[in-house]
Write a protein that binds this ligand. Sequence first.
Ligand code: FMN
Length: 213
Amino acid sequence: MDNKTFGIGYMPLRINFAAMNNAFEQVKATITQRRSAKLATMNGNIIPDEQVKELLELAHWAPTHGRTEPWNFFVYTGEALKQFGKDHADLHWGITPEEKRLEATYEKLKHNGDNASHLIIAVMKRGTNEKIPQIEEIAAASAAVQNILLGATAMGIASFWSSGGLTHKPELKEYLKLGPDDIILGLIYLGYTDEAVAEGMRKTTSAEKVFWM
Ligand SMILES: Cc1cc2nc3c(=O)[nH]c(=O)nc-3n(C[C@H](O)[C@H](O)[C@H](O)COP(=O)(O)O)c2cc1C
């Protein structure tokens, strides 16, 4: 297998951890250099499944209240990813009134993942412990998603958390055979990019959000 196919060495967003003095600096770099990479900037190179499995293992280490571990991940790559794109577009077409249907939207949904390597559909999978409020299950599953994104960043993998298309529509839940209390948190696309990491941007300062009492 050559580098071109598996992307290794094609990752300008790789962080130079060796240049950092301590674990905090490495964690800080990983958190602050995680960026949402537009799907169009991904280059089609493929991440080895083993690495994606490692990211999913990180997801499983998210904190949970009551050890509910309330997540499911549906992983698509290769033909399955192509098929998902088509199915997603077809579902969109099916629920859109005829007069509002746009070929361009259909094509966009169909080809959204064309340059990505893997798509992970992240789900808050509601368990049977009703003592744990839904918000805590969403919080835990969201932390699991962030673990994936940070792990990916540390591996030089580009990621994009999308809530577009049918993410929040019942038809996608049905497609995944989810229960009524499960919630799709997002479509997490992973891939490689040749583009430099975009400058991080925040509209506010953290100080505006923090109240030391
Ligand atoms: C729950 C959630 C849903 C998101 N959905 C979308 C989306 O549908 N389209 C999009 O362009 N970005 C989406 N994003 C990514 C944000 O646009 C991005 O995180 C934000 O612009 C900050 O940029 P950064 O991730 O590079 O720091 C989503 C992020 C989260 C947390």
